[in-house]
Design a binder for this molecule. Structure first.
Ligand SMILES: Nc1nc2c(ncn2[C@@H]2O[C@H](COP(=O)(O)OP(=O)(O)OP(=O)(O)O)[C@@H](O)[C@H]2O)c(=O)[nH]1
Length: 407
């Protein structure tokens, strides 16, 4: 893992096993660079309707085997292009339009600028609260994962709800200000136990390694203050960031109604690539069911089985189509000392909302989350998830090209 505190040998990311367990496709990953390519979402003005299809992208045969392994029981939706799909050129930026030698292993970003109408973030302006919530990271721990990659799980509290929102941090240079801040009366062992240490823990370690503040600085330190001598990652590209909303069904009980589990796993995979020197953060928000909760989401599923799409089902239950907010994510990113990010999303509303009321965090690039099955790279296919994605594109302005959906 790049820049990891782990000190473990870096494995070849192309050989990492999949993060995604329910992958029915029999296809073995090719381990070639093209496995990491994204469809060309360039700003160069090429006709999106003639976008490279997944078939062209992957040479046909792997997709054919994936398709054979996961046949569709229903015809796929008609080819459809989101109006927000092709963002016009952002002044002063160059879009990677093809995978170069160095770029081929990297997720491909599209420059975005939410401060201008043509910046590739859709047209709606979210209503944001004037003030960001207060957040505090109360504990952090190293999590070795089943893929061999390692991450640090940060658990946050806040002043707006009682939920345990999380930051999953890849790479050793991203630190939480509130975690590192000295707490009144705490011992070095207290700091070790709550994860406010540098490097790695080992049996017998007694000091946190964080600089001890001078008495006057210590008095001034608050839970939101920073520890002198601790600095965020220096310079370089902004980290990859995914703002992920909880989805028990998609992440835990293998639901094929949505691609939430796949997106979580793919975000983690991209962030753990050895080529990703900037590190990565998954902000995991406990806003299940787009904010309506699991019980209401299950009712929505029944309404979907009765013939309604995902938006209609929410509205029939007297919920908004999307009841989420992202102020906590903005505050957590700031606590992790990130003011610029590369955001993994297809959702234009999320881009502007995450930036905060005064653009406290700026999204410099958007990295599209294209379903793996559309790219012939495994994943899964089901009529439910295709209906879910179609509704996102048609009704919620998601920037995905349904024309790339394999037939
Ligand atoms: N109400 C409702 N929520 C759903 C449904 N399917 C998934 N969800 C929820 O939608 C949320 C997933 O959204 P995200 O993964 O953040 O994705 P997004 O904002 O739609 O867009 P991307 O960033 O492009 O993925 C989770 O909270 C899921 O529980 C559904 O049918 N109805």
């Amino acid at each position: 893992m790049p820049g990891s505190e782990s000190g473990q040998p870096q494995s070849d990311g192309t050989r990492l096993p999949s993060f995604y367990s329910p992958r029915p496709s029999a296809r073995t990953p090719s381990h070639s660079d093209r496995d990491f390519e994204q469809p060309d979402f360039s700003l160069s003005g090429r006709n999106p309707a003639s976008s490279t299809t997944a078939e062209e992208h992957d040479g046909g045969s792997p997709l054919a085997s994936a398709r054979a392994a996961t046949p569709l029981t229903q015809p796929p939706p008609a080819s459809l292009l989101s109006p927000a799909f092709t963002p016009p050129a952002t002044p002063g930026t160059v879009t990677p339009s093809s995978a170069g030698a160095a770029g081929s292993l990297e997720p491909r970003g599209i420059p975005v600028d939410s401060s201008i109408p043509t910046g590739g973030c859709g047209s709606k302006q979210p209503r944001l609260l004037e003030t960001l919530p207060q957040v505090e990271c109360i504990v952090r721990a190293r999590i070795p994962t089943t893929t061999g990659a390692e991450m640090f799980l940060h658990l946050y509290t806040n002043n707006v709800d009682n939920k345990e929102h999380l930051a999953i941090v890849f790479g050793g240079n991203i630190r939480s200000k509130s975690l590192d801040a000295v707490r009144e009366g705490e011992t070095e062992m207290d700091r070790l136990v709550r994860g406010a240490y540098t490097g790695r823990l080992y049996p017998g370690r007694t000091t946190s390694g964080l600089s001890t503040p001078a008495p006057d600085a210590k008095a001034a330190a608050t839970s939101a203050g920073s520890v002198p001598g601790v600095h965020p990652a220096a310079g370089g590209a902004p980290p990859l960031v995914r703002i992920h909303s909880e989805c028990y069904t998609g992440e835990t009980v293998w639901s094929a109604r949505c691609d939430c589990g796949e997106q979580l796993d793919e975000a983690a995979r991209l962030m753990s690539l050895p080529s990703n020197q900037a590190g990565g953060i998954i902000i995991y928000l406990r806003q299940e069911g787009r904010g309506i909760g699991l019980g209401e989401k299950l009712k929505a599923y029944n309404l979907q089985d009765l013939g309604n799409d995902t938006v209609e089902a929410n509205l029939l239950l007297r919920h908004p189509a999307d009841a989420r907010s992202y102020g906590l994510a903005t505050a957590m990113l700031l606590d992790l000392e990130q003011s610029e990010v590369r955001l993994l999303t297809n959702n234009p509303d999320k881009i502007r909302a995450v930036e905060g009321p005064h653009r406290e965090v700026v999204v410099k690039e958007r990295v599209a989350m294209v379903p793996l099955s559309w790219k012939g790279r495994g994943g899964f296919r089901a009529p439910e998830v295709e209906g879910y994605l179609k509704t996102k594109i048609e009704k919620m302005g998601h920037m995905l090209d349904m024309a790339a959906l394999p037939r």
